[in-house]
Design a binder for this molecule. Structure first.
Ligand code: NDP
Ligand code: GDP
Length: 327
């Protein structure tokens, strides 16, 4: 029998790569999309991958339990991947209540819909390294205490614990993937890697004069989204649900990442970079460094793409986008 997967957040970066990954594995892929005033679906990422017609769409919103119930009843999924969220840390200070509702309570709505309508469906929750926030250990693993530093991190932590609780209370196959930052040419333009590669491409093409950034001393453990969606799938293939850290095990400063991008196009970072105090956050997560040992041992998973290779892939994609726009 063909397996059915239901994905929330299918129009986002990870949703697009996960849909591509599951289609290649022979799944029937359904995505929940929220209504907007735009014509049709915001499917530019699915179009970039050439899979927009291979997925089936269903109307819904994480803050509307009835829509999730209807979706689960319609699709009768074997696996549910909850990737939908207000996912941008900086916006979570501007919209803390919405972030709590969508990113924190939304997954609870999804868990309830599954518990009521399809309790044997396997569930993946997109948890985040932002839950470690003010880090309590140099290498963060599944046992490291949490200390979120933003409304986003706090909302993700609530959803993480609800996932654990539904697993323990109802015996549901609910897993939490604690993923460290992962990027790609499909990353939202507001996140720092994509903001950098997009600006570097425009500067190279003579369309932009400077790149404005906030705290370039922050360090992140950056991997490639294409690698990370495979880890999500692997979690749901295990006999038992569990929590897993997914990371590269290497950390790099924003400054070094920016240098990689400028070096690639043969330009000097210092000629274009402007530090803008307005872009600093009310509280910062200074450094993240994951320990992916459990994912390697239990899932046989490890990251395959280096940060320089990924940044170069992203710059190339942005050069193509901006060159095409020129015509
Ligand atoms: P994106 O921001 O690219 O995608 C978010 C998705 O959520 C979009 O499809 C968006 O739809 C959807 N969405 C937003 N609000 C709602 C809502 N109210 N109801 C239903 N869907 C909604 O995120 P990523 O793909 O990068 O990340 C996927 C998940 O993984 C997120 O939960 C994120 O928080 C988490 N995560 C991401 C990490 C990363 O580094 N990328 C690291 C750790 C966790 P629309 O297109 O309409 O806006
Ligand atoms: P996050 O780790 O989920 O917050 O991912 P981001 O890509 O948004 O930010 C990563 C780091 O880059 C954070 O420490 C930010 O403070 C830092 N940063 C510095 N300048 C910028 C900027 O202009 N935009 C963003 N998004 N982040 C920036």
């Amino acid at each position: 029998m063909t397996k059915r997967a239901l994905i929330t957040g299918i129009t986002g970066q990870d949703g697009a790569y996960l849909a591509q990954n599951l289609l290649a594995k022979g799944y029937d892929v359904w995505g929940i999309v929220r209504r907007s005033s735009h014509f049709g679906i915001a499917d530019h990422r699915l179009r970039w991958l050439g899979i927009e017609h291979d997925v089936q769409y269903i109307d819904g919103n994480l803050i509307d339990l009835s829509s999730l119930l209807r979706a689960v009843n319609t699709v009768e999924p074997d696996e549910v991947y909850n990737l939908g969220a207000q996912s941008y840390v900086a916006s979570s200070w501007q919209q803390p209540v919405l972030t709590a509702q969508v990113t924190g309570v939304g997954p609870t709505n999804m868990l309830e819909a599954i518990r009521i309508a399809k309790p044997d469906a396997r569930f993946y929750q997109a948890s985040s390294s932002e839950m470690f926030g003010l880090i309590q250990e140099a290498h963060q693993n599944e046992k490291t205490p949490f200390y979120p530093r933003s409304p986003y991190g706090a909302a993700k932590l609530f959803a993480h614990w609800m996932t654990v609780n539904y697993r323990e209370s109802y015996g549901m196959h609910a897993s939490s993937g604690i993923l460290f930052n992962h990027e790609s040419p499909l990353r939202g333009i507001e996140f720092v890697t994509r903001k950098v590669t997009d600006a570097v491409a425009q500067i190279k093409l003579g369309k932009l004069k400077e790149l404005r950034l906030g705290n370039i001393d922050a360090k992140r453990d950056w991997g490639h989204a294409r690698d990370y969606v495979e880890a999500m799938w692997l979690m749901l293939q295990q006999d038992k649900p569990d929590d897993y850290v997914v990371a590269t095990g290497q950390t790099t400063s924003v400054r070094e990442m920016v240098e990689i991008a400028f070096d690639y196009v043969g330009l000097e970072m210092d000629d274009y970079l402007v530090i803008d105090p307005h872009l600093f956050r009310p509280a910062e997560v200074d450094i993240l460094l994951g320990d992916p040992g459990k994912a390697k041992a239990m899932l046989g998973w490890s990251a395959t793409t280096s940060l320089p290779d990924m940044i170069r892939e992203m710059v190339d994609a942005d050069l193509v986008r901006h060159s095409a726009n020129a015509g």
